[in-house]
Design a protein around this ligand. Structure first.
Ligand code: NAD
Ligand code: UDP
Length: 335
């Protein structure tokens, strides 16, 4: 199938590209490189044994995207392009509404104009807010507290309206929990710009000596060891979830949402220990105050995804740590 993959040069998108190509699909990446590098296309090609097509540009540019749809008879879209920093979205909400919401709107207009009827969208567990019960299922009340989360929720809602008005359309919103790790070749992975916000890239940089010490945000949560608990999911399991969603759309229409997680939570301290074991390095850390906006504990109910998508995360915390470390080491040797 010919698939348009937006944000395909990014962290998650590059892994999705590899999975789709390994399954025999033709992948057409659209990315404006606002948070990624062109050489990722070469790395995807090295893993997949052939190159995806690459178009540099804005996903919200309707004429540009329509042209790609027409030229390549695109049948499905996997839409990951967008900005993703919660902190930045609080400071610059308009930037997030413009890029995430207006960008998606342009893409959906292009899809409608060219009658492209299958879409997989990257949403986030952040739309659930502070969990009212665990594990968090797809029916959990939604509560967003920042512009990033609101942009995801708004796009989900737009898609609900669009699919209600177009019965031929099939839409799957995938609500990611905490994607970490890298492809086991070490060729693609997460390149955080500046100081990492997320736990795993920070841990990796402390282990490699790039940063001195990790601050553990909160040791007084009502969790077994007092630190935050998250549902970390290997990025390759997550990528395979996109292929499963695409297969689901071959026989399902309408709007659907599924959690992508493992269904298990690990604490920050458990993550640090697992990383130390896999890397053979020490990760110095100090306990710090809670980070504003953080929740104590979040993990997914994944039964719905397992049942409907016939997909299940199979990789364990050790795989997440070892692959992230391998990627970091390959980066260091290139620098
Ligand atoms: P990323 O920044 O690595 O990748 C996003 C890609 O989209 C980048 O290559 C960027 O250059 C591109 N892009 C941004 N705006 C664009 C535009 N207007 N037109 C074309 N390309 C554009 O991020 P990621 O971690 O790979 O995340 C991918 C998606 O998954 C995002 O939508 C993000 O919100 C969502 N998500 C990520 C996480 C996570 O923890 N990484 C969790 C939940 C949801
Ligand atoms: N965390 C931490 N130190 C860091 C970054 C994150 O202790 O430098 C903690 C954070 O408080 C949370 C967990 O690690 O409990 C996961 O945070 P991350 O930012 O990776 O994901 P999210 O907040 O989106 O779940």
């Amino acid at each position: 199938m010919n698939i348009l993959l937006t944000g395909g040069c990014g962290y998650i998108g590059s892994h999705v590209a590899v999975v789709l190509m390994s399954a025999g699909h033709q992948v057409f990446i659209v990315d404006d490189l606002s948070n990624s590098r062109r050489d990722v296309v070469g790395n995807i090609a090295e893993i997949a044994g052939r190159s995806p097509a690459f178009y540099e540009g804005d996903v919200g540019d309707v004429a540009f995207v329509r042209d790609i749809f027409r030229r390549h008879q695109i049948e499905a879209v996997i839409h990951l392009a967008g900005f993703k920093s919660v902190g930045e979205s609080v400071q610059w909400p308009l930037k997030y509404y413009q890029n995430n919401i207006c960008g998606s709107l342009g893409l959906f207009q292009a899809m409608e104009a060219e009658s492209v009827s299958k879409l997989v969208f990257s949403s986030s567990a952040t739309i659930y807010g502070d969990p009212q019960y665990l594990p968090v299922d797809e029916a959990h009340p939604q509560h967003v507290t920042n512009a990033y989360g609101r942009s995801k929720l708004h796009i989900e809602d737009m898609l609900r309206d669009i699919s209600a008005s177009r019965p031929s359309l099939g839409v799957v919103c995938l609500r990611y929990f905490n994607p970490v790790g890298a492809h086991d070749s070490g060729l693609i992975g997460e390149y955080p710009r500046g100081i990492p916000n997320n736990l795993m890239p920070y841990v990796v940089q402390v282990a490699s000596g790039k940063r001195e010490v990790l601050s553990v945000f909160g040791g007084d949560y009502p969790t077994p060891d007092g630190t935050g608990v998250r549902d970390f999911i290997h990025v390759m399991d997550l990528a395979e979830g996109h292929l499963a969603a695409l297969n689901f759309l071959s026989s399902n229409k309408g709007w659907h949402a599924f959690n992508l997680g493992t269904g298990r939570g690990f604490s920050v301290l458990e993550m640090i220990r697992a990383f130390e074991k896999e890397s053979g390095r020490t990760v110095p850390f100090r306990m710090a105050a809670r980070r504003e906006g953080d929740v104590a504990c979040s993990y997914a109910d994944v039964q719905s995804a397992e049942r409907a998508l016939k997909w299940k995360a199979t990789r364990v915390l050790e795989d997440m740590c070892s692959s992230a470390w391998l990627f970091q080491n390959r980066l260091s040797t290139k620098d």
